[in-house]
Design a protein around this ligand. Structure first.
Ligand code: FDA
Length: 311
């Protein structure tokens, strides 16, 4: 179902209709704003409500260097604004390597991310994980910059829907001697993938998520886990396991997407857990919104009906 919706909405014909229609009503439920100034105001407001934030400037799958240079300039602005406003304790930056050139040039991407890390200093930079054809190169770049060059403010994401992730966690993360607060975000995975790569259904993906979450908790001396999910059953299981292991609340965090299940977000905060919101901004919101639509059936009906409405 998820694959089908992503295929449909990324088809140029439907994309064109969707962009010409009034889908902005749904867009601003999930993204902060189209510009940085308004976004930072929202960041400050959310911090005052005890949220931690990871900001993502939207844009992905870039094929030309001009777009990438513009993207880089905005990331530099974002980092400078975080530092100028002394927000680096509460705010990190999330980004995708396909927005830095990974679709066509490995070394160029490596160089772009190095420049970002050099400027970032105290700001943590979190690599989102994209579709599976980019994973090996993403890990290679992470490996070089984190372990060879020593950028200890670089973090990474794992996707529980993939069969390969358990092995990646063992070989690419836990096997390393890195005790410098490495943040591992664990999510279920949001991309259109072929069926030989991913667990077949929600039940098996959820089971794998819980297995990986427990493994992260069991290795709490090596990693700082960030459990990125809105799945209340999984959240409860993680909370129970963390309590069983006697983990302090500052040893891990939950992460959720801005706009998704706000009541649940407030409940997690009220229970004194650390919760980081993934806060996207910018004008390139289409691909991000398609993934959010694919996760929530009622959104799909809204979009499809809006495509055929005249306003
Ligand atoms: P699940 O899809 O089972 O949903 C659990 C509950 O949340 C359900 O009640 C559902 O209706 C509700 N819900 C979920 N999505 C919703 C939506 N869009 N609108 C309204 N309700 C919704 N993926 C990836 O491949 N690479 C990445 O780097 C990241 N990064 C990332 C960061 C953060 C902070 C989060 C929270 C998520 C990601 N993801 C991601 C996305 C992730 O892989 C996954 O697609 C979504 O989080 C949805 O999965 P859940 O774990 O919430 O479970």
């Amino acid at each position: 179902m998820k694959n089908l919706i992503i295929s449909l909405l990324t088809n140029p014909f439907f994309k064109n209709i969707a962009l010409n229609k009034n889908i902005k009503k749904i867009v601003f439920k999930y993204i902060a704003a189209e510009d940085l100034k308004d976004t930072i105001n929202i960041v400050k407001e959310l911090i005052s409500q005890n949220f931690f934030i990871t900001v993502s400037f939207l844009g992905e799958n870039f094929n030309d260097k001009e777009k990438i240079e513009q993207y880089l300039t905005e990331i530099f602005n974002l980092i400078n604004v975080i530092n100028e406003n002394e927000l680096s304790k509460n705010v990190s930056v999330s980004l995708k390597l396909s927005s830095l050139g990974l679709l066509f040039d490995f070394d160029y991407t490596l160089n772009n991310l190095s420049k970002i890390l050099e400027l970032a200093n105290n700001v943590r930079i979190h690599i989102d994980m994209e579709d599976s054809k980019l994973i090996d190169d993403t890990f290679k770049i992470f490996d070089i910059l984190r372990y060879e060059k020593g950028y200890s403010n670089l973090d990474i994401t794992l996707q529980a829907y993939l069969y390969r992730t358990d092995r990646d966690l063992n070989e690419k993360i836990l096997a390393k001697q890195d005790r410098n607060n490495l943040i591992i975000r664990l999510c279920k995975g949001a991309y259109k993938e072929s069926y030989d790569k991913i667990f077949p259904n929600k039940k098996s993906i959820d089971e794998n998520y819980i297995k990986l979450a427990m493994k992260l908790i069991d290795n709490i001396d090596k990693v700082y886990p960030a459990f990125a999910t809105h799945d209340i059953n999984i959240i409860k299981k993680i909370q129970n396991y963390a309590h069983l292991k006697g983990l302090n609340y500052d040893k891990f965090e939950f992460q959720m997407l801005y706009g998704v299940l706000p009541k649940l977000q407030n409940k997690i905060i009220a229970e004194k857990y650390k919760l980081r919101l993934y806060l996207p901004y910018g004008i390139n919101w289409y691909d991000y919104i398609v993934r959010r639509i694919a996760e929530k059936p009622s959104n799909i009906f809204y979009i499809i009906s809006s495509l055929f409405n005249k306003d």
